[in-house]
Each structure stands twice: as structure tokens, then as C-alpha cells.
Write a protein that binds this ligand. Structure first.
Ligand SMILES: Cc1cc2nc3c(=O)[nH]c(=O)nc-3n(C[C@H](O)[C@H](O)[C@H](O)COP(=O)(O)OP(=O)(O)OC[C@H]3O[C@@H](n4cnc5c(N)ncnc54)[C@H](O)[C@@H]3O)c2cc1C
Length: 453
């Protein structure tokens, strides 16, 4: 495109820089405004978690933008969940069964920095740090930013605004004041706190470095994702209030007693347990459902600003990246007609983002509870078996979400519900795969499931 248009993106977290690359590649002049300092120049925390799980949807969106190669060397393969029982025993539950069905641990800071470098150096995107969006007029796209160095107000008028300013989005809150705009925030009664397992004396991981570790304990859990330096970022997910909760862990003795009684095998790996526990804040978790994601052809919300999800399916960032790719695809389809594109984006993304929000909530139960349940384990084995026997009809739901970007989230949810009923019927009263009637399985699968497109 030849005519250069001023497009402002608010928020340079994970989605903002990738979106800026997509939009610059379409020929737009893009400026990104970010409230924090430039993390490439100052030592500031990268955001809500130190590392994250990157899966096929996110990888595909990075690849399509030509951005995958800048981060590939930082990705650590995680082939499955390593379940840590109370007695210290461990067993691996592979995520998938085919070549390449793995997910990756990646540093949030490193990914964010490298995407900003690419946007700035290769695509001419301008970044303005230390600029906090304070107000926005949706009709005129006039914005007021507060600059942190001098508290001055900077006024900017854009042709249109794309908001990737995260779960607390000022843009979404402004849109909420407009009639016809619906926004709901559901805070989870559980919070999270990050701790750290350091590398061993040789800089190696002290527990398996290619797994996502889980210590499931029913109402709560501990997880750990590997980092390239040999350390792990550990996250405790726990109710905020109640008998076993963050509120109750209000002193070093309470914390040590809790870990000793619930996670005894982790204690030797956490020499700084009490120090880390009280140094790191407990973070809130929640789901945001809003609609529509746009205002006329002026404003579009993407990523957490439109649809934050709880982190238990490891899909918030992946979904935010998929938003960027989907917008690009829709713009192609509608010949860069912004008002059609924004309306289509809202309409097409809404069912998918709602679906991943639901599945992420369900996955919390699975991770903290079901992963040790014999029925769940039998159904998981059977799901892999059905995928082998009927590959064009049956793909386990987890695999559809994590490894199949061509299957929309809403389809994965819909098929997943039917598949769950099939798995339940086939495993009722059974203890092992040998007892499953595969002839009946074949009938059920072909009766109830359409072939996968
Ligand atoms: C504990 C935890 C673990 C997670 N793990 C995973 C995982 O494993 N896999 C996964 O896919 N997802 C994960 N997520 C979700 C993921 O972090 C988010 O979905 C992702 O960061 C969304 O990207 P975003 O760009 O929309 O928002 P953010 O990354 O939150 O970026 C928003 C940006 O906007 C800026 N901003 C905010 N307000 C303003 C303002 N007024 N003016 C200017 N700038 C502003 C912020 O400073 C920030 O830089 C996890 C989340 C949490 C909390």
C-alpha cells in the first residue's frame, strides 16, 4: 500500500509488538505507546509471569509475521507434564503422541524485547515508552498520555487505535461507557505467586529440564517451567482466602509448614523459600469477556484487553498472537476495508475467545486434580488410541487446542464435548484399555463426529 496512515497501538506487551509488525508489513505507519520504560534499556520486570508456554497457535502467528526465527534459539521443549505425587514419585504424561507435539517454555522478557527489536529495526515501527494512556475519545481517536519523566500530558490524534493494553485496558474501560458495549470481568478466587528453583552447580536443571512440572494437590497446585539458565520459575496457585490460602500463609513458619506438609519433595530445591515467598507479590487472575471488540472503524481491542483468560491452558499469549494473524487475514479478505474488517474480527474471534476462556477454567481443575485420577488417565490413553485408529475423526481436545492452529478454539470445544461423552461411555466401569470395546468405539466415533476439515 502506498498511502501511509497513522495507526496507534497502545501497549507494548506481548501482542502490541507483533501486531505492529503485521500492520507495518501492510504498509501502515505504526506508533506504539507503552506505559513502562523500555525493558531493553532498564532492568524492569517483563510482566505477569517470568516465563510462558508457547504452543502451535502462537508459533504459527510468529512464523507468518516472519518473527519466529528471532526467538527460536530461546525455546525450551516441554514434552509433557511431569506429575509429582505427595510421596515424591514422578511420572510423565506426554502432551501428544506425534512427532513435534510438544510445547515450549520461553522467557516473557526475552520474547517481548526481541519482538520490539524486530518491529523497530526491520519494520520502522516507532515506540514511545513511559507514556500512560489516560483518556481516549473513541469518535475522534484523540488520546491523552501522561509521560512519566515529567508528568506532562501528551496529546495525540490517530486515524485509528488498536488496543493491546492488557487486562486492565483503559481503552476497554472507555468503550464500556458506550451503549451497546458489554464487558464483564470475573476474578478467580485463586491467586498466584512465583518462586524459583535455581540451577545446580554446573548450571543444569535440578529436575527434568524438558517437562512442565506439576505438584497437583486437589484444591491447589504448584507448577514449574524451565528457563535456559538451568533454573525454573515455580508458580504456586492457591485460593486467595479460606483455610488453605494465601491469607493464612502470613509468616515464615506458616509458609515452611505448608510446603513441608504439601510439597515435601520441593523443599530441598527451594533454599530461599521464605525470602522469595515474601519478596514476590501474589497476582490476581481472571477472565474478561467483552463484546464487540471494536468501535466503528476506529478502535479495535486485541489480546488480553479484549479477552483475558486464566493461564491454565497456557493460551492467553497464544490467543493474543492468533488475534494479530487473524486480523491480518481478515484485512486481506476484505481488501483493507477497516469497518468491515473490525466488525468481522469481533464476530469471528468472539466465539473462539469465549471458548478458550471456558477451556482454560476447566483446565485448572484438570491440572490440580484430575491428572492423578485413574479414570482421567484411562480416558487420556483411550483418546490417544482413538486418534491412532480414527485420525480423520478424533483428535484429543488438548491436542486440538495446543497443536492444531487450523482448528478454531470453538470447534475444539464443541468436538471436545462430544468426544468426552464418547470417552465416558467407553470407559464406564472399565479399568484398562484391554477392556474397551473398539468395535463399539468405531461406531460411536463415526456416528457422533463429523470428519475434521
Ligand atoms: C501467571 C501467568 C502465566 C501465564 N502463562 C501463560 C502461558 O504459559 N502461555 C500463554 O499463552 N499465556 C500465558 N499467560 C497469559 C499471557 O501473559 C497474556 O495473555 C499475554 O501477556 C497477553 O498479551 P497482551 O499484549 O494482550 O497483554 P500484556 O502482555 O499484559 O501487555 C499489555 C501492555 O500494555 C501496557 N499498558 C497497560 N496499560 C497501559 C496504558 N494505560 N497506557 C499504555 N500502555 C499500557 C502494559 O504495560 C503492557 O506492556 C499467563 C498469564 C499469567 C498471569
Amino acid at each position: 500500500m502506498s498511502d501511509q496512515k497513522e495507526l496507534v497501538i497502545v501497549g507494548a506487551g506481548l501482542a502490541g509488538p507483533l501486531l505492529s509488525i503485521y500492520m507495518a508489513k501492510r504498509g501502515h505507519k505504526v506508533s506504539v505507546y507503552e506505559l513502562r520504560a523500555d525493558m531493553r534499556k532498564s532492568d524492569i520486570p517483563a510482566g505477569r509471569s517470568i516465563n510462558l508456554a508457547l504452543a502451535e497457535r502462537g508459533i504459527n502467528a510468529l512464523r507468518e509475521a516472519g518473527a519466529l526465527s528471532v526467538i527460536e534459539d530461546q525455546l525450551i521443549t516441554m514434552r509433557g507434564r511431569m506429575i509429582h505425587e505427595h510421596d515424591g514419585s514422578q511420572h510423565l504424561q506426554p502432551y501428544g503422541q506425534k512427532e513435534g507435539e510438544v510445547i515450549y517454555s520461553v522467557s516473557r522478557g526475552e520474547l517481548n524485547k526481541r519482538l520490539m527489536d524486530l518491529a523497530e529495526q526491520e519494520h520502522g515501527v516507532e515506540f514511545h515508552f513511559d507514556h500512560r494512556l489516560c483518556s481516549l475519545s473513541p469518535e475522534s481517536c484523540e488520546m491523552e498520555f501522561k509521560r512519566s519523566e515529567d508528568n506532562d500530558i501528551v496529546r495525540i490524534t490517530a486515524e485509528r487505535v488498536m488496543a493491546t493494553d492488557g487486562g486492565g485496558s483503559v481503552v476497554r474501560r472507555t468503550m464500556s461507557d458506550y451503549s451497546g458495549y458489554d464487558s464483564r470481568e470475573e476474578i478467580l478466587p485463586h491467586a498466584y505467586k512465583e518462586l524459583r528453583i535455581s540451577a545446580d552447580e554446573n548450571g543444569k536443571h535440578r529436575i527434568d529440564g524438558n517437562s512442565l512440572h506439576i505438584w497437583p494437590r486437589g484444591g491447589f497446585m504448584l507448577i514449574a517451567l524451565p528457563n535456559p539458565g538451568g533454573d525454573f520459575t515455580v508458580t504456586l496457585f492457591l485460593p486467595s482466602e479460606g483455610p488453605i490460602s494465601f491469607v493464612e500463609l502470613d509468616g515464615p513458619e506458616e509458609v515452611r509448614f505448608f510446603f513441608q506438609s504439601q510439597f515435601p519433595s520441593v523443599i530441598p530445591l527451594l533454599p530461599d523459600l521464605e525470602k522469595d515467598f515474601f519478596a514476590n507479590p501474589a497476582g490476581e487472575l481472571g477472565t474478561i469477556r467483552s463484546y464487540p471488540y471494536h468501535y466503528k472503524d476506529k478502535i479495535l481491542l486485541l489480546g488480553d484487553a479484549a479477552h483475558a483468560v486464566v493461564p491454565f491452558h497456557g493460551q492467553g499469549m497464544n490467543c493474543a498472537f492468533e488475534d494479530c494473524l487473524e486480523l491480518d487475514r481478515i484485512l486481506d479478505q476484505c481488501g483493507d476495508n477497516w469497518s468491515t474488517a473490525f466488525a468481522s474480527f469481533s464476530e469471528q474471534r468472539k466465539p473462539n475467545c469465549d471458548a478458550i476462556a471456558d477451556m482454560a477454567l476447566e483446565n485448572y481443575l484438570e491440572m490440580r486434580d484430575s491428572v492423578t485420577d485413574p479414570i482421567f488417565l484411562l480416558q487420556k490413553k483411550l483418546a490417544f488410541e482413538l486418534e491412532n485408529k480414527f485420525p480423520e475423526l478424533f483428535i484429543p481436545r488438548y491436542s486440538m487446542v495446543m497443536f492444531h492452529h487450523e482448528i478454531p478454539y470453538s470447534k475444539a470445544q464443541e468436538r471436545g464435548e462430544i468426544q468426552f461423552e464418547i470417552l465416558r461411555a467407553l470407559t464406564a466401569g472399565k479399568k484398562s484399555l484391554d477392556e474397551v470395546d473398539f468395535e463399539h468405539a468405531g461406531k460411536l466415533v463415526s456416528e457422533k463426529l463429523e470428519p475434521i476439515e
